[in-house]
Write a protein that binds this ligand. Sequence first.
Ligand code: HEM
Length: 412
Amino acid sequence: MFITDADQVQKIMSSYNFITKDPDLYKFLEPFDGKGLITSSGSKWRNDRRLISPTFSKKNILQYFNPVLQETKILINILSEHVDKPTFNIEPFVHRCAADFVNKTFLGVNTKAQFGEMDYFLKLLHRMYTVVHARIVKIWLQNDFLFQLSPYWKEHEEGKKVILGFMEKVIETNNQDHQTKPFQPIIQQLMNMKNEETGFCTHQDLKDHLVTLYTASEDTVTLIVSFTLVLLGMHPHIQETVSKEIYDIIGDKHDIHESNIDKLEYLDMVIKDVLRLFPIASFLVRKSEKEVTMFDYLIPERCSIIISIYNIHRDKRYWEKPLEFYPEHFLPEAVRKRHPYAFIPFSAGPRGCIGKPYAYMALKIVLVTILKNFIIESDGTLEDLKLKTDISIRPKNECFPIRLKHRNSIAK
Ligand code: HEM
């Protein structure tokens, strides 16, 4: 079943009959994610989700504000080299920065991805999104024997070795690291939950959850920052309105502070319209746990339901300018009038994204800090951005071209 109607999505997503992901598709993530939150189901998912959720509450993730900001300031220094230089692809720079702050805040390790230390790892990780997606969409690769004969197999095995090996090393290092940090990384919080009674969190649980959280965060945040910068470069008047808001709320002498986050309302609208145009997961697949009648159809047990977020986000029934970058879609009165399930970039309901508060915080820190320092320029129009999708949605040529100029003083 293919769903593109917000009413139907609401019924599916808020029902416990549809919280099982389609195992025939999600099983290809399991060699990496094991039984982490994205791939697990049933009581394992329910228990783990209940235990992990408080770790990602808006209040708890604020302790990561400064570590994310510190890494972003390193990014600014690196980007300064590109001021007044020709067009370049911003994505690898944001990706390395995101890797460093995710490593710090989730895994409790200090890395220097921004200085090239993790380039092989990040390239391999990126490649795995393509390999896993290929297995999902190319039916012949779903057969283990044929997959092992394909050129993807060697990469898949190398990816497993390097990514899982990295997580093992991180867990080992964390067990030996008794220094007190000004914040408690996610790994530490998960380890503190170790409990014989609940059975959580074994070594395997820890590894599965860390790989899942890692892969769910670094690529998503990188892509949304990169898409936003390209769109702001294409729409100078929107960029100036954001810059003015930043100046009014933060001024040009200080860094962004955690108390500013909720006040940056126009920036929030900008990010949301980027999430609308480029929903990281362009579609979701759920499986019915039992036979039900819904919207006048009999949905049999184990029926696959495909929810096309991409189509809903560009449907003229819900959006005034569906194919344009138009942050005003998120003015409070427009939001009030719209169906609540017409905008679901983080999915929704019990299986909605656990990392939403972390994502919004990181997106705002990185975008504000870049926009306080630079004016972004990019050529072309939104229509020129041809997309493809692997595990995430991204430009077909994987390039986010921009130019930078110094912003000496933010728009006053
Ligand atoms: C802009 C950033 C992000 C977007 C657009 C996004 C989007 C999504 C979507 C659409 C889903 C549902 C996937 C599905 O049903 O298969 C999801 C689930 C999930 N996301 Fe995110 N995500 C983002 C950032 C993050 C971050 C930063 C984390 C890490 C904390 C994270 C962790 C997860 C996890 C663990 C799940 C599975 C939840 C469950 O099934 O219980 N995400 N995300």
